[in-house]
Design a protein around this ligand. Structure first.
Ligand SMILES: [Fe+2]
Length: 212
């Protein structure tokens, strides 16, 4: 079955008061994300993807290195955006994290502010397009990392993402122009739904349920 664009879990105007306007969501979800889905579906037959889950396709494309890039560019972006829409919500923002997540950020990353600083630094220092991540590393500890283009910590084998932020210009240009640091600051302080992030930590990350 072909991949599909997952619906936003809120309306396109729902995050406008939190720094992500309706036009950003209409274009980013309805055009950019949809284009990755369409392109990925166009590769199913030629790349032998039929019957594989999106998560398997991303992991295998990452292991294939340069040969896997044509698939990873689309499959990774489909997965990355599916996570991105989920970790934001109209109830997002603030510094009140669920206890289990707050405790693990304290023990593994030195506290909420240290985590936010590291996450912002990851996003700002990702040259060009890519993603900033909070992941459960292969050793079970939380880590902050970044990846270029359509890659993600599943494709690199670094671990399991529980929070991701798109730092491509299409994610923030309408709301923050060229000022990526302000977009990242706003994302962490006003948009992230920490209940969702804690839930992803508890269940070991996102499974989209989508299969080629
Ligand atoms: Fe994007």
């Amino acid at each position: 079955m072909p991949f599909t664009l997952p619906p936003l879990p809120y309306s396109t105007s729902a995050l406008a008061a939190q720094g992500m306007c309706q036009e950003t969501l209409e274009l980013h979800h309805g055009k950019h994300h949809n284009a990755y889905v369409t392109a990925l579906n166009g590769l199913i037959e030629s790349k032998g993807l039929a019957g594989k889950s999106l998560e398997t396709i991303v992991a295998e494309a990452g292991k294939a290195g340069a040969d896997g890039l044509p698939v990873l560019n689309q499959a990774g972006q489909h997965w990355n955006h599916a996570l991105f829409w989920q970790v934001m919500s109209p109830k997002g923002g603030g510094d009140k994290l669920p206890g289990n997540l707050a405790a693990k950020i304290d023990s593994d990353l030195g506290g909420l502010q240290a985590f936010k600083d590291a996450f912002k630094q990851a996003g700002v220092s990702q040259f060009g397009s890519g993603w900033a991540w909070l992941i459960i590393g292969t050793d079970g500890k939380l880590k902050v990392t970044k990846t270029p283009n359509g890659a993600n910590p599943v494709s690199t084998g670094e671990g399991t993402p529980i929070l991701g932020c798109d730092v491509w210009e299409h994610a923030y240009y309408l709301d923050f122009r060229n000022v990526r640091p302000n977009y990242l600051e706003n994302f962490l302080n006003k948009l992230v739904d920490w209940e969702v992030v804690a839930g992803l930590m508890d269940k070991g990350g996102l499974t989209t349920g989508q299969t080629a």
